[in-house]
Write a protein that binds this ligand. Structure first.
Ligand code: FE
Length: 182
């Protein structure tokens, strides 16, 4: 009789443990689903939060950029005039930061300035670019950067067309073009 109760007791314990483990597994699945759906809303494909500043070491930038992209965007370099792939280019779409994907310029504001670098009369949003004084090379210029990752993009001049009168003179190598979806 005692052994019968002992047997039933063991079965109950095993059953309880089985239910508990299935429950935990389901709980973990639900928790992961919630976590993933939250991630989809707030992070990009690289797992970086949109709107969040991106800070990487020089070594990390070297790993993800080509030498020319690194020289121009991280070391404030300038590509040769008339050499960039977006200078003689009139595709419709968006120009993003080559380093972090931040939306920078629209083809709708691109114009032929004759200066040798892609030129825009406005960024898509003032919040997406930063400006700072650049006194290098014995010149006083306004440098324009990506506000998300700090990439050097080019310079701003006051000889652009209406409506802004500005010319955002941008290195092609600092940009990544995204065609308009049809
Ligand atoms: Fe950027």
């Amino acid at each position: 009789m005692a052994s019968k109760f002992k047997y039933r007791g063991s079965l109950l314990v095993v059953g309880f443990l089985l239910i508990l483990s299935v429950g935990c597994e389901k709980f973990e699945k639900i928790k992961n689903l919630c976590r993933n759906s939250a991630r989809k809303e707030s992070v990009n494909e690289k797992g970086e939060k949109m709107g969040q500043k991106i800070v990487r070491s020089d070594r990390e930038w070297k790993e993800v950029l080509t030498p020319e992209q690194y020289r121009v965007t991280r070391k404030k370099g300038t590509e040769q005039p008339f050499s960039g792939k977006y200078y003689y280019f009139d595709g419709k779409g968006l120009y993003r930061c080559v380093c972090c994907g931040n939306e920078l310029f629209s083809s709708g504001t691109k114009f032929d300035s004759g200066c040798g670098w892609p030129s825009f009369w406005s960024p898509t949003s003032d919040e997406n670019v930063g400006e700072s004084l650049d006194t290098s090379h014995s010149m006083i210029r306004t440098e324009v950067t990506c506000s998300r990752c700090g990439a050097h993009l080019g310079h701003i001049f006051q000889d652009g067309p209406k409506p802004t009168g500005l010319r955002y003179c941008i290195n092609s190598v600092a940009l990544k073009f995204e065609p308009e979806s049809k």
